[in-house]
Structure formats: C-alpha cells, structure tokens
Design a protein around this ligand. Sequence first.
Ligand code: ADA
Length: 556
Amino acid sequence: YRFLERKENDREAYWNTDVPENKTDRKEHKFTDEYTLNVPGDWNSQAEKFLYYEGIVWYKKSFDFTKANSTDKVYLYFGASNYETDVYLNGKKLGKHKGGFTPFNFEVPDSVLKATGNYLVVKVDNTRHKDEVPTVNTDWWNYGGITRDVQLVEVPPAFIRDFTLQVQKGAALKTMKNVPVEGWVNVKDWQNTREVTVELPELKIKKIFPVTGERVNLRFNLPAMQLWSPQTPKLYTVVVSNGADRIEEKIGFRTIEVAGKQVLLNGKPLFMRGICMHEEIPQQIRRAYSKQDALQLLGYAKELGCNMVRLAHYPHNENMSRTADSMGILVWSEIPVYWTIDFTSAEVFNKARTQLTEMITRDRNRASIIIWSVGNETPVKPARTAFMRNLISAAKSLDSTRLVSAALEVNYQAGVSKIDDPLGEFVDIVSFNEYLGWYAGLPDRCRTAQWEFAYDKPFFISETGAETLYGFHGDSLTRWSEEYQEWYYREQVAMFKRMPENFAGLSPWLLCDFRSPRRNNQTFQEGWNNKGLIDQQGRKKKAFYVLKGYYEEKGL
Ligand code: ADA
C-alpha cells in the first residue's frame, strides 16, 4: 500500500475541497502494513484509519482458474471501482479505467492466464481532480476502492455480448394483444455462427434470426401479455442463444413517453411520487452494493408511498435497478456531471459521455428506469448548455426509448421563481431543484411563491428539503429541529397542490442522512448532510410522515 503523505484521519484536509489539486507538499511513501479488505466494499468504512483516506491503495489476490474449454475467452469484469483503476495479472497490465460508478472489463489473454497461482494486482486511486467527472467539489463522501463485484467470466468465442428488447417506440397500446417489441443482439466476431434464437418461454415464443453484420435487429409481436408497471411489475424471462452461448434476462415491457403536458406510462398519465437517495446505507454507513442493501433502501421508499426513486448523483449498483424492476419502482438514473466542471474541455466531455454510455449499456433492459439524467445543477452558461445538449443527444442516440432530463436550477427573480434554463428546450421533462424555506426565508414563503414556466412541457421537482437532526426538538421556527422540517414539508406540499397541470411529480432531497465532507457545521452537521427523512441510524423523522401522507393522497 502506498499512501499519500497525509495524516490518515485528516479530517481538515478532507473537508478542504481544494486539497487534491492544490497541495504542493504531497509526497508518497510506503506503509509496511497490509490489510484485508472486503471486495465489494469501499475502504473508508472498513477501518477507522481509512475514513478520511484519499489516495492510492494496491489490492492483491491470488487464484487458480482452469477454463472449461480451451477455445473460450476469459474476461475480468469489475462492477465499479472508484476512481482510477489499473489492473495487472501475473505482471502484465490488462488495462486502465476511469470513472467510479460504472462497469468495465478487460480480456485476459491465454498467454497470461495460468491454471494455478495467478496473481492479480489492482491499483485504485480515488484522488479527486478538477478535470475528472465528478470534479473535486461534491456534496457526498468520496468512498474509495473496489466497491462492486469483480468476476472472471468465461465465454465461447462467438458469445452474446449484449442484447436489448423493448416495446417498439411509439407503439399505441390499445390492447395487451400483439404488443410489438424491438431490439437487437450484438453478434460481433461470430464468424461461422449463422443464427441467433430469441425465446420467451412463458409466452411460447421462439424466433430464429439469421446473423449478418455486427448487429441482428429483432422485431416481432408478443401475444396476450402483461405490461410492466409499478402496480404489476411483471417480468418475462428472455433467452438468447446461438448453440454455443446462452443468456437469460428478466425483462419487463412498458412504454414511457411525453405527450403534451403529461408523462405517460403505458399510455396512461403518470405522477411520480419519488424520493432522492445516495448509494449509502444507514446504520452500517458505507457504500451500498448488495441486493440486501437495495431491498432496504427501496423498501424505505415503498414505505414512504413512492412509485419512483431518483438515484443521485451517479449510477448506483446494478442490484438497485434490478430490485426496482422486481419491486415495481420507477428509476431516474444519473451521471456525476455535478455543479461546475470544465464545460469547455473536450476531454472532460468524453469522460462524461463514457460514463453515460457505460450506464446505459448496463441498464438498457431495466423496465424500472424511465429517465436518464445527464447532470445536476450545472450553472447556466453558453459552454455548459452546449456541453449538456451534446450529452442529451448522446443519451438519445444510445437509447431513444427513455426520457432524458437533468436537474436544473431555478432562476430566482424578485417575487418570481422562473424555470427558464435554456437547457429546458432540449430535455423531455424540465426538472429543477428548489429549497424555498431552507436556503432562503422560512417555509411559509411557499404560500406566496410565484412560478413561471418558460416551457410547455411536464416539469418535475427533482430536489427540495431541509436539514434536521433526528431527536432534536423545538417549535416549528427552530431551524434544524424535526418540527422545522415537518413544517417545511407541510408548506411545500400545500404549494405542490397549487402547481399547474403539467406538474409530473417530485423527488425530495432525500431518503437518508448521508456523509458529506462539505457539511462542517460543528453543532448540527459534523460531516453529515442531514436532509434525510430517515437518520443515519435508520430512524424516521416527523417529516417522513408528512410526505407519506401526501403520497397516500396522490396514490388514490
Ligand atoms: C444541491 C445538490 C444536492 C444536495 C443539496 C443540499 O441541491 O444537488 O446534491 O447536496 O444541494 O443538501 O444542499
């Protein structure tokens, strides 16, 4: 392990967001200690001395591996590793990846892999840099390490790299009979394999397609079937095979579109009763990664009466979207283009687009995901608008079936809150974050708030919230008390009820209190952002029940 020369628990340094770039006295030196770290898992939560650690950790592991067939290919797959990862096997470099929240893999050449005594070394560096995505300044903990699963994957030479199947875009779903679906199978390098078979056993469907080029297009009808929705999260097993390889996926079929002022799910108006969340689990206080974690977080959302979650501010682990698929929870999935980054840099754009591509490639078969978000609160400037527009086009060309949005800022003018960000023209849903009654004024401000919308599109409140310490009580005018947050939510709910008809839903900020290096108010924060409706111990604050009450009313 090589640590940057910083006190191991250097809280001051961690809280100073300029540290990674501007400290000139950084030297590297070797620690002789070795630790056993769990993978998947962030390193910060695995030992007290790592809590504030940012820098490099070298991982090593040995393993034996015998291929089932000598002609098979082997890949080393990482679910995610934050942020820069270099992978070596038996002394040979397999590759490098940047980006903390999306999957990547490297082919392991036959010449490198041994039957016994393979030695895998992975260097992970979570140092923040100005020209990375996200950049130096974020309001969440920069958990380092190999935070998601690592797998060795053995496949035949002609293997199914990827496929997708969804309801045809624009299909009018008058009846549930003969629902048209479309998609493709990636057949790159299949050489002598001439056919691919797609089956949906439950619907007694078996289709055989001839293989040409690198992509085989799929288009057929499903007979009487059930669409996926939050009320009926029906998933069908889809089997794709070619004689040598076979993969099975569980896929839900639904449509999502904007028609005039409304968002339509399966052709019917949708109101999103959402909540934002970070990928952090209360009580244990670490990065979430497992199915169990997903059940806990999404279980809280269900209890709150949600039909939707905003997974902020980066792609969460795959268990989240898969569990959302089976629980019937709609998902907003986002890349970490957050606040100010260098919008003039082509290199930074490429980093953002790579993460967008990796996110969409992983999750394009998840019915739960209805919105790809290209960023959060990026300040309105011409270069930024061009940058974000290009990301929107990239998302659309990767997946034309889902909606694209971004959390915009409100343009506060005397007495009027204007939603007029130029990016509004290019997104499908105009989303924005507002904190009326927390960052400015008291919650009763909501009563006189005037909203002006420049776009005749559905709009979505992607954040609203107030900080509160669980168990800290006062009257409703006492900031940080549970009563203040409760009052804030009451006033906000009353305001939502007066919103115009294109109000398509909301995802308040946020489900659980979370660690943040920016939050250094010594009395109320101590390294925590406490806008959760649930605290770090998993206890519900009073405001939880205000939002739940509203969602119960809306859900009727
Ligand atoms: C912003 C940001 C969030 C969160 C919030 C807050 O709106 O989008 O990440 O940090 O502020 O708590 O102030």
